[in-house]
Design a protein around this ligand. Structure first.
Ligand code: FMN
Length: 231
C-alpha cells in the first residue's frame, strides 16, 4: 500500500478524526468503489482523506451475486431504480491486508451491524489493528427492507453499539444510519448507547420507504429487475 499522495494537497485541508490527522476531510463512503484491496490506493493517492472499503462481516450468507439485482420502486409512471446488489467480502478476505491497511491511518473499516454477534466478533478482531474509526453499518436500504428496517429499530441500535462497547472495543465507533424521518432521534439513541459518531446515509432514491419487496422478475426483457408490489 503506497498511500502517499501523487500531488501536494493544500495543508489547510488537513483535518482530525478522533485524534488521527487526515490530509483532507473527503472520505470515500463504503460501497462498490472499494470492494477489493487494490481499489483503495488510487483514492488515497488522489487526495481522499480516508477510504471506507465495502462493508464486511463475519460470514457472507449469500455466496453468489443474485440476478436480477436492480429493484424498481415508486408509483406507476414515476418509478425509480435501486441497485440491490449483494457483492462484498467477509472478513476472511480482508484479514491478510488488515495490518497494512491500518498502518495508513486512513482506512475506516465498515462492519455490517445486522448480525449483532458476528458484528461484535469482527469488531473485536479489527480493534487489534488501531484503525482511526470503525463504522457499524445498518444503513443498507435493500438489506433493511428484508431484515425488518433495523436502521430505525431503537433496540437494535442499542444492542449493536452496546454489544461492541461491552466487548471492550476501544477503537472509536460510528454508526451508519439510513434514511429515516427519525434520524435525529435515532442518532441521539446511538450516542447514548456509546456511539462516538453518526454517519447519515441520505439519498432520496436510496430509501425503501413504504415499499414492500416483490421478488418477481419484471416483464422487462433485460431480466434484471425486481419490482415493488403494485399498489
Ligand atoms: C451500489 C452501492 C453499494 C453500497 N454499499 C455500501 C456498503 O457496502 N456499505 C455501506 O455502508 N454503504 C454502502 N452504500 C451506501 C453509500 O456508502 C452511501 O452512503 C450512499 O450511496 C449515499 O451517498 P452518495 O449520495 O454519495 O451515493 C452503497 C451504495 C451504493 C449505491
Amino acid at each position: 500500500m503506497t498511500e502517499s499522495l501523487s500531488f501536494s494537497l493544500d495543508p489547510r485541508l488537513k483535518t482530525k478524526l478522533f485524534g488521527t490527522e487526515l490530509p483532507s476531510p473527503l472520505i470515500l463512503g463504503s460501497g462498490t468503489l472499494a470492494e477489493h484491496v487494490g481499489q483503495i490506493d488510487p483514492f488515497l493517492k488522489s487526495g481522499a482523506g480516508a477510504v471506507i472499503p465495502r462493508t464486511t462481516r463475519k460470514n457472507m450468507e449469500r455466496k453468489v451475486h443474485p440476478s436480477p439485482h436492480l429493484y424498481q420502486t415508486g408509483p406507476i409512471r414515476n418509478e425509480t431504480m435501486i441497485n440491490a446488489e449483494w457483492t462484498g467480502a467477509a472478513i476472511d478476505y480482508w484479514r491478510p491486508y488488515l495490518e497494512d491497511l491500518a498502518k495508513t491511518k486512513r482506512i475506516i473499516m465498515s462492519i455490517s451491524g445486522r448480525d449483532i454477534s458476528g458484528c461484535i466478533d469482527v469488531c473485536r478482531e479489527l480493534d487489534l489493528y488501531g484503525f482511526p474509526l470503525m463504522e457499524l453499518n445498518i444503513s443498507c436500504a435493500h438489506s433493511n427492507n428484508i431484515h425488518g428496517m433495523i436502521t430505525r429499530n431503537e433496540e437494535h441500535i442499542k444492542k449493536v453499539i452496546g454489544g461492541v462497547k461491552e466487548a471492550g472495543v476501544v477503537t472509536p465507533l460510528a454508526i451508519k444510519l439510513g434514511h429515516s424521518d427519525e434520524i435525529v432521534q435515532l442518532s441521539e439513541i446511538a450516542k447514548k448507547s456509546g456511539a462516538d459518531a453518526n454517519v447519515w446515509s441520505i439519498v432520496i432514491s436510496y430509501s425503501f420507504n413504504g415499499c414492500r419487496p416483490y421478488y418477481q422478475r419484471s416483464g422487462n426483457t433485460n431480466n434484471c429487475m425486481w419490482r415493488s408490489k403494485p399498489s
